[in-house]
Design a protein around this ligand. Structure first.
Ligand code: GDP
Ligand code: GDP
Length: 436
């Protein structure tokens, strides 16, 4: 599982500066979920090849009335979701009452936290830090977020206690059960769909209890095949415990995507595709997950609008056109059973073993039909291909001048591989290596 690090502290201590430092090199795909997060910002970051999620909690303005009344609920949620909390203070202002209140608060919540003394540029760091000993926090760092100083060694230390995720794409990592995550914005119909998927005649469910923070994992069988449904909406828990509506959680959603073989991204036909759908989709693609698109609430769409919606979807989702799209009504169950066929196809495509022989033969055919270009009077030669990993399939192509293969040609090869191997529902990655 990917660790989640929350940045907390009063306004102006440098949280957004640090957030930007940490996520800078990456597209903050999930940052800024308008309307959902208000004060929270999410970003993906990476320490070498170890990914993590950063949450910038925004304004906690704790004043003399005590932190609880002042701390935004959003920030509290971020702290609940986090595996580690970085508590920022301002070296130039020294310790103040709001910092003390926040420290007390974190202690009450039993959260392990690190004290980060920021803005230590141009001042004596040891002296600056000494001022904060009074907070009694064992783990302290002195940094200058705006200069990036001390940031890397701090993150290395914080991340050291989290195990690295296993390398993706190793051959026998696949269990017999297909893990399917149902994700989407609030109210698109995830809970209704989960109930439908599990409520089908041919489904046998083996219930297991869930934890509060993470999604619920539900094992079931259908037509003798094993699946694990990753339920981000918390349907089962709601049934068994109390009927409170589960809050939408981005961290939970991201984790579910990370942990799935195949993601069902649920959208609402009435609202079309909104930015948040695109963010989630972008994340699925970046992670190389198998993908099935479910456009829900199709029952409420007038027949004369349906073609328009379909063409609009096709246009906006062209970059994910490898995924099957289903127009369903989770409420009435229409089209829900067909999702299984796409799930199976995506899983099978994503995890298939591809032989060097077949991959090389397809490469030869593709090159024969359409040669790669000449570079400075010398033609790019592509010689052979082999599989470099599964889920998503990685095809490694060897040749000379491979650094110069144009993107359009790489895309052409991808298209041919997809067609010849009948790969559906999964991204296909192509990597070139020069072997002269
Ligand atoms: P936030 O409200 O906690 O998110 O704080 P910001 O990241 O917006 O930073 C508040 C101010 O402090 C901005 O003017 C930053 O440029 C400045 N700042 C942030 N980090 C540093 C630092 O390491 N050194 C100095 N000198 N200023 C910093
Ligand atoms: P979630 O927040 O994504 O889990 O969404 P819910 O499953 O709780 O559904 C939100 C609302 O949409 C509820 O009122 C559902 O009854 C309704 N809904 C869900 N699926 C459909 C559908 O296929 N058609 C229609 N018309 N309404 C639906």
């Amino acid at each position: 599982m990917i660790p989640v690090i929350a940045l907390v502290g009063r306004p102006n201590v440098g949280k957004s500066t640090l957030f930007n430092q940490l996520t800078r090199s990456r597209d903050a795909l999930v940052a800024n979920f308008p309307g959902l997060t208000r004060d929270r910002k999410y970003g993906e970051a990476r320490l070498d090849d170890h990914p993590y999620v950063v949450i910038d909690t925004g304004g906690i303005s704790g004043d003399e009335h005590g932190i609880d009344s002042e701390m935004a609920e959003q920030s509290l949620m971020a702290i609940e979701e986090a595996d580690a909390v970085l508590f920022l203070v301002d070296a130039r202002e020294g310790l103040n009452a709001a910092d003390e209140a926040l420290a007390r608060h974190l202690r009450q919540r039993n959260k392990s936290f690190h004290l980060v003394v920021n803005k230590t540029d141009g001042i004596d760091a040891d002296v600056a830090v000494a001022d904060f000993y009074a907070l009694g926090v064992e783990s302290m760092f002195a940094i200058a977020a705006s200069h990036g100083r001390g940031v890397r060694s701090m993150i290395s230390e914080v991340m050291a206690k989290f195990p690295k995720p296993p390398e993706a794409g190793e051959a026998d990592e696949f269990p017999s059960s297909t893990r399917v995550a149902v994700v989407g914005r609030p109210n698109v119909g995830k809970s209704t769909l989960v109930n439908r998927l599990l409520g089908e005649d041919r489904v046998v469910v083996y219930d297991q209890p869930g934890t509060t923070r993470d999604s619920i994992y539900i094992d079931f069988q259908r037509d003798d095949k094993d699946y694990t449904l990753i339920d981000t909406a918390g349907v089962r828990r709601r049934k068994n415990v109390k009927q409170t509506v589960e809050k939408f959680s981005i961290v939970k959603t991201l984790k579910a995507i990370d942990d799935a073989h195949v993601v069902i991204l649920v959208m609402d036909a009435h609202e079309g595709i909104v930015d948040q759908d695109m963010h989630l989709l972008g994340h699925c693609i970046e992670k190389g997950r198998g993908l099935v698109l479910a456009v829900n609430k199709w029952d409420g769409i007038e027949p004369d609008q349906r073609d328009w919606i379909k063409s609009e979807l096709g246009r906006r989702l062209a970059f994910a056109d490898y995924a099957d799209t289903h127009f369903i009504s989770a409420l009435h169950g229409t089209g829900v059973g067909h999702l299984y066929k796409s799930i199976d196809a995506a899983y099978e495509s994503a995890t298939r073993k591809l032989s060097t022989n077949a991959l090389t033969r397809i490469l030869e055919g593709a090159v024969f039909d359409h040669q790669p270009p000449m570079i400075n009077g010398r033609r790019i030669k592509l010689r052979y291909a082999h599989a470099g990993g599964q889920n998503p399939p990685l095809i490694v192509i060897h040749g000379n001048q491979t650094g110069k293969v144009p993107t359009s040609y790489a895309r052409y090869l991808e298209k041919i591989y997809r067609r010849e191997l009948d790969l559906v529902g999964t991204p296909v990655r192509i990597e070139f290596r020069t072997s002269e």
